[in-house]
Design a protein around this ligand. Structure first.
Ligand SMILES: Nc1ncnc2c1ncn2[C@@H]1O[C@H](COP(=O)(O)OP(=O)(O)OP(=O)(O)O)[C@@H](O)[C@H]1O
Length: 219
């Protein structure tokens, strides 16, 4: 069994708008892939299909050689919680919890509290936010929130991290810190990263760039 993620001949329309048009993509275990292309070219839709959030109208997504598209909604949710991590442009950290409590959240179902805390602490240190991890999201900078979001996305050691414009709301210095940490930690865990971005400097961190145009792979 490999953690390879494959989208095969994916198509998806929203009413009269074609978002994905017979698009195929193959992401190897541990590979960092940047998905680029103009606004509206289908980048986020592709990410949502690969992650099992959206079901395509046609085609199939395979993860670990099994069909994701064929799973029930509940089974897709379980797969996302177990095997995938997510970082979005605007973090969805819970505002009433501290950064540390947010990071530990994905672990609480299946680890002892002490073990979960140890794992979260290691990531908070690696991301250099351990000294402020007792604060709530509103009490730290945007870059620090995004670094906490990276820690939360990686804490349960997912096979794939989906990152949709993770640095889009940050200045270049803060963005660089978030991105290098995300990629370094994903690599050390052997996780693949699907990185949606319109920024060539961000994409330069990936192993491979896939460029979309009108819902198809252009390059
Ligand atoms: N929920 C939706 N309802 C209707 N149309 C949608 C929806 N989501 C996306 N679309 C349309 O599908 C197409 C692809 O959108 P998508 O968000 O995947 O593009 P994108 O490449 O990520 O764009 P951006 O860089 O602007 O975020 C666009 O034409 C968009 O307007």
């Amino acid at each position: 069994m490999t953690a390879r993620l494959v989208g095969r001949e994916l198509s998806l329309a929203f009413g009269a708008t074609t978002a994905l048009d017979d698009l195929s993509i193959d992401i190897q275990a541990g590979e960092i892939v940047a998905v680029m292309g103009p606004s509206g070219s289908g980048k986020s839709t592709l990410l949502h299909c690969l992650a099992g959030i959206l079901r395509p109208d046609g085609g199939e997504v395979l993860f670990e050689d099994r069909s994701v598209t064929g799973l029930s909604e509940g089974a897709r949710s379980a797969l996302r919680l177990r095997s995938f991590g997510f970082v979005f442009q605007f973090s969805d950290l819970l505002p009433e919890l501290t950064l540390r409590e947010n990071v530990v959240l994905p672990l609480q179902l299946n680890r002892s509290p002490r073990d979960a805390m140890r794992k979260a602490s290691g990531l908070l240190e690696a991301l250099e936010i351990d000294d402020i991890a007792g604060r709530r999201p509103a009490e730290v900078s945007g870059g620090q929130v995004q670094r906490a979001a990276v820690a939360r996305a990686l804490v349960h050691e997912p096979s794939v991290v989906f990152a949709d414009e993770p640095t889009g709301a940050l200045d270049s210095v803060a963005g660089e810190l978030v991105l290098t940490a995300l990629i370094k930690l994903a690599r050390s865990n052997g996780a693949s990263v699907v990185l949606v971005t319109h920024d060539h400097r961000v994409a330069a961190h990936a192993d491979r760039e896939v460029i979309l145009r009108d819902g198809r792979v252009a390059a």
